[in-house]
Ligand binder design. Structure first.
Ligand SMILES: Nc1ncnc2c1ncn2[C@@H]1O[C@H](COP(=O)(O)OP(=O)(O)OP(=O)(O)O)[C@@H](O)[C@H]1O
Length: 594
């Protein structure tokens, strides 16, 4: 064998055609888009020779008199040698190397193959603007083609003729085809006419008013309502220099989820591309819907998404800045929209404000926060509280809100990830504010401490209660706190929050076995903190009965779990029921003042 001998890759033509036509595009309607695009590009090309040329696309659907679809344009057409070069060579495109390449929608040289999904052959009849005669090309999905001369005189332009396969005839029915044409072609700049039987329809008659600088706010809102089937709070224009993106952004009138699919309308060179934002919008823009057209961005070969390049990144940055500029100014322009924006989208506004100081300053006073005293604006909190306390998670909030509230302290529930960040940022920006995190532990420490050694009754109570609680993997503490009618509160150790069962289930043999292999950590136990100012606790000090005392401790333990909204296990509930039962049996129903 000669090592220096070079060989050429061979292509299995039939396989290649099937791969490109059937597998590259995810839906069989794609041929409508590809034919539209070729017609538009051909008209654009002819306009480079005659800028006043009035291009149009006419489509004749199969009907009672015709069995074929005819897709006709009055664009530049093809000469015979161009047909051999561009139609018959897969991957060859007249648009890629052209001087005006950026004006064309196509560039990969494969789009026409999508017609093989719905038809076994593609016929193109074309007369070039540079030729007097027309030619007919017939391509087959097995990779063969032939060309014949057309004797009769033809106008400049091309006709693509398809005979639908039986299984795809439904795509050529008037309503289906019309819907697809509107879907892809509603914003195209030249008229598209659909003909069927005796009727004709102008598909893109309403045009793309949303691209016109003269469009009024009312008109934009009406377009948005029609496009997304919902009214909007407001609309504002978008225009970027990177990627040449233009269009409208709409503010949703209802709360938007932080996840889930966001529907938009994205056009590339005025051909519909996707109902996804194709990574053009910033990640926080969940409350925005857009209708956008990009003239300077590129699509991937299947034309279902945009290429993620510098132009797209630049456009995305500009769009983010435009939305922020709108948010910063809307309060000065329209107070009612500003108020609705805050009441509907405060969570998203907080997320944006957490990363933008200027927006934070604009919105912070009007943003609502959930507190143990109800929902309050930050202005209200700032004006009434000398120190602003917050809990960084919902479990802490549940624990501290009742006790803190009874003591008159306001606590913000900063449970959303960016809320704590936001509060820390406000603190950094305004040093006069005192904003502090509070936890059940720190709240416990703030309670009035008791010196049990100076009171034998209290010391004895502590010893006996500790003994009972030990069996529940819980420690005991005696403090003085308000409200007086709360006999005890359960404070879970920080790392056990939301997972109280971890402590309890350590009795489970499997957990215990697994635990033997886990790194030894110093166990932090929860605390049941008794309020020595409480009537019930006071009356228990002298209570020595070996059955009644532990029963009441058990009841107080479970009651504290319930008050703190902790999960209560079956074992704990049984303990509670048994304790209650014992007390009833002992005829002491009125003893407990819960
Ligand atoms: N209606 C038409 N008028 C004139 N030329 C056409 C027409 N349709 C196709 N062509 C020629 O055939 C070539 C191949 O078309 P095809 O649709 O396969 O790819 P493309 O449009 O170049 O690129 P893409 O794959 O991105 O769509 C085009 O580049 C163009 O030269």
């Amino acid at each position: 064998m000669d090592d220096s001998q070079q060989y050429l890759f061979q292509v299995n033509l039939k396989g290649m055609i099937s791969l490109l036509s059937e597998h590259l595009y995810s839906n069989p309607n794609t041929f409508v888009r590809e034919l539209l695009q070729n017609g538009v590009d051909a008209i654009t090309a002819l306009r480079t020779m005659d800028e006043n040329h009035e291009g149009a696309i006419s489509i004749y659907l199969p009907d009672s008199k015709h069995s074929a679809l005819v897709f006709e344009d009055n664009g530049i057409g093809l000469k015979e040698d161009e047909i051999h070069k561009f139609l018959a060579v897969i991957g060859e495109s007249s648009k890629r190397e052209a001087f005006e390449a950026k004006d064309y929608i196509g560039k990969f040289g494969i789009g026409l193959l999508s017609c093989f999904v719905v038809s076994n052959e593609i016929i193109v009849e074309s007369r070039s603007a540079l030729s007097e005669t027309a030619v007919r090309w017939t391509g087959k999905s097995d990779g063969t083609y032939h060309i014949t001369k057309i004797e009769e005189e033809r106008p400049i332009g091309s006709k693509v003729i398809l005979y639908p396969k039986d299984e795809f005839k439904y795509l050529f029915k008037l309503e289906v085809f019309r819907k697809n044409l509107e879907y892809y072609g509603e914003a195209l700049p030249m008229p598209i006419y659909l003909h069927h039987e005796e009727s004709s329809y102008w598909i893109n008659e309403s045009g793309a008013l949303w691209l016109e600088p003269s469009a009024s706010k009312e008109e934009l809102l009406a377009i948005g309502r029609k496009a997304f089937n919902t009214g909007f709070l407001d609309a504002f224009p978008i225009s970027t220099s990177d990627g040449g993106v233009k269009g409208v952004a709409y503010i949703l009138p209802y709360k938007a989820q932080f996840s889930g699919k966001q529907t938009h309308k994205l056009f590339l060179k005025r051909m519909f591309l996707s109902d996804d934002d194709c990574r053009l919008l910033p990640k926080w823009a969940f409350f925005i819907r857009c209708i956008l057209n990009a003239d300077g961005l590129d699509a991937i070969a299947s034309r279902e998404a945009l290429v993620y390049n510098d132009a797209l990144k630049g456009a995305k940055k500009e769009i983010g800045e435009t939305i922020k500029a709108y948010l910063k100014s809307i309060g000065l322009i329209d107070r009612s929209i500003y108020q609705k924006l805050i009441s509907t989208h405060y969570l998203h506004l907080k997320a944006i404000a957490a990363e933008d100081n200027e927006l934070l300053q604009v919105f912070i006073d009007d943003l609502p926060f959930e507190t143990n005293k109800g929902v309050r604006t930050f202005r209200n909190i700032r004006e009434l509280e000398s120190t602003i306390f917050y809990t960084p998670n919902i479990d802490d909030f549940k624990q501290v809100r009742r006790i803190a509230g009874a003591q008159g302290t306001l606590i913000i529930n900063a449970a959303y990830t960016f809320e704590e960040e936001l509060l820390k940022k406000i603190q950094r920006l305004d040093q006069t504010l005192k904003i502090e995190q509070i936890s059940p532990g720190s709240l416990l420490n703030s309670f009035h401490a008791i010196d049990v050694s100076s009171d034998p009754q209290l010391a004895d109570f502590e010893i006996r209660a500790t003994e009972v609680l030990k069996k529940l993997n819980c420690t005991c503490s005696l403090k003085r706190f308000s409200p007086e009618d709360t006999p005890a509160i359960y404070v879970a150790p920080q790392e056990e929050i939301g997972n109280k069962q971890t402590v309890v289930s350590s009795k489970n043999p499997l957990t215990a076995t697994l635990g033997a292999f886990a790194p030894k950590k110093k166990a932090v136990l929860p605390v049941l903190c008794f309020n020595v100012d409480n009537k019930l606790v006071k009356s228990m000090l002298g209570l020595k009965d070996p059955y009644v005392f532990p029963s009441i401790i058990h009841i107080l333990y479970v009651q504290s779990l319930l008050l703190g909204k902790y999960p209560v296990s079956d074992t704990e509930m049984n303990l509670f029921n048994e304790a209650l039962h014992s007390l009833i049996i002992m005829g002491m129903e009125n003893f407990i003042n819960i």
